[in-house]
Design a protein around this ligand. Structure first.
Ligand code: CMP
Length: 421
């Protein structure tokens, strides 16, 4: 509701600002101006009252320190809102007394900052949209000042005069400057120089921001392209054989397709612990619903491991590890299937798929890997370090027992299969 009101005020402040500049250049030309101005007085007065009551409410709730801060902020806003609201221009019928209305644009800036904060995912794009807004308002003002300075010889209609002023302003700002409208005296020359400098600043700002926006738009794509560039340099220098080249390319291709691969961990680890766990739980929600072990486990176990599960990807034919290796991680399968093979790879003990886990025996029994694991297709896994598993299982003996039992059954089953072979 408050946001809806803020939108109305932002809109009103914008209309006010446009009218004020136009009224200064073409006084008493628009009969609607004073009506709109009266409407603005009422709207701004309502807004002032609203913000006063919000500030009062905050002061009644906050601690002393926060109050001082809020109060200081409130006084400034109160002064701005009050000056913007008072209908000086209307009372005295003097155009330049309309200028305080422009102070309400500060609320527009504040509202935009709030919107960017609220829609964090679109913050960069919003920055550009808001920049376009400020640029449009500034262009309107500069065009009006140029007309007021006599830069445009009056045309048949005021609209035509205004359009000529706007045309001069846009061409000068964009550093095009055709030279068909040129400054005729020193004041105009000084103003023209100012507009040119302003234009250069705007140009630099736009280029810088658009580049940044493009670079941040899709981190997965940026990461993919960067890796592909590094990869082609690496392949050139180290003469990588074609079959390995293909596997590396496939791996990055898969990461790209799944929009993975950029370092989420740096973002997550910068958050405070509670928020970090909640975000991690959200990110691994796919695996939480798929793995029966997690569904049976209590919440504290899940929260304990949530921030420690690392996503890893294997392409078809990749070995996750081989029998006899030292075990450092256990894995949970989120997508894909993997063959569990004997050390000589002659016996396929089983094929594990979505929701299953593996690699627990070496960690729990502190033995080398008892089997070789090879990806049968593209696999998304989550890896859990031995140290984390050991620490968590100490607090959850029932789960430790459950995992050990599954490990024992698997070994038993393998022995039977080996005998048959
Ligand atoms: P680990 O010995 O650490 O490494 C190989 C893994 O393969 C092993 O742990 C088990 O998790 C898994 N594994 C071995 N045999 C089977 C089986 N018969 N069924 C399912 N998984 C198995």
């Amino acid at each position: 509701m408050l946001k809806f009101w803020d939108t109305i005020i932002a809109f009103a402040a914008t209309i006010g600002a446009i009218l004020v500049a136009a009224e200064l250049v073409f006084p008493n030309s628009n009969p609607l101006t004073w009506w709109v101005d009266t409407l603005l007085t009422f709207l701004f007065a309502a807004d002032l009252l609203l913000h006063l009551s919000i500030a009062q409410w905050k002061i009644s709730r906050y601690t002393r320190d926060e109050i001082t801060k809020t109060e200081r902020g409130s006084y400034i806003w109160f002064a701005l809102d009050l000056l913007a609201m008072l209908p000086f221009g209307f009372i005295f019928r003097i155009e330049w007394l309309l200028l305080p209305r422009l102070l309400k644009l500060a609320r527009v800036g504040h509202f935009m900052a709030e919107l960017r904060h609220r829609f964090l995912a679109w913050s960069n794009a919003l920055k550009l949209v808001f920049f376009a807004y400020w640029l449009a308002i500034s262009t309107h003002f500069l065009a009006c000042i140029w007309i007021a300075l006599g830069g445009i010889t009056p045309k048949e209609t005021q609209v035509s005069t205004y359009i000529s002023g706007l045309y001069w302003c846009v061409t000068t700002l964009a550093s095009v400057g055709y030279g068909d409208i040129t400054p005729q005296n020193d004041t105009q020359r000084i103003f023209a120089m100012f507009v040119m400098f302003f234009g250069v600043g705007v140009y630099g700002y736009v280029i810088g921001n658009v580049t940044q926006l493009m670079a941040n738009m899709d981190p997965a794509k940026v990461n993919y392209l960067e890796n592909m560039e590094k990869l082609s340099a690496f392949i050139r220098y180290r003469n990588i054989p074609p079959h390995l080249q293909k596997r590396i390319r496939d791996y990055y291709g898969y990461l790209w397709e799944k929009r993975l691969g950029y370092d989420e961990m740096t973002i997550i680890s910068a958050l405070p612990p509670g928020l970090r766990t909640d975000l991690a739980l959200f990110l691994i929600r796919d695996i939480l619903v798929k793995v029966p072990l997690f569904q049976g486990a209590d919440e504290s176990f899940i929260r304990d491991i949530a921030t420690h599960l690392r996503p890893v990807v294997f392409t078809p034919g990749d070995y996750v590890f081989k029998a006899g290796d030292i075990g450092h991680d256990m894995f949970f399968i989120s997508r894909g299937s993997l063959d569990i093979l004997s050390a000589d790879e002659k016996i396929t003990y089983t094929t594990l798929s979505e929701g299953a886990f593996f690699g627990e025996i070496a960690l729990i029994m502190s033995t080398p890997r008892t089997a070789t694991v090879r990806a049968a297709e593209y696999c998304d896994l989550y890896a859990l370090r031995k140290e984390t598993l050991d620490r968590v299982l100490k607090d959850h003996p029932d789960i430790a027992e459950h995992i050990s039992e599954i490990g024992r059954q698997r070994q038993e089953q393998n022995r039977k299969l080996e005998k048959v072979e």
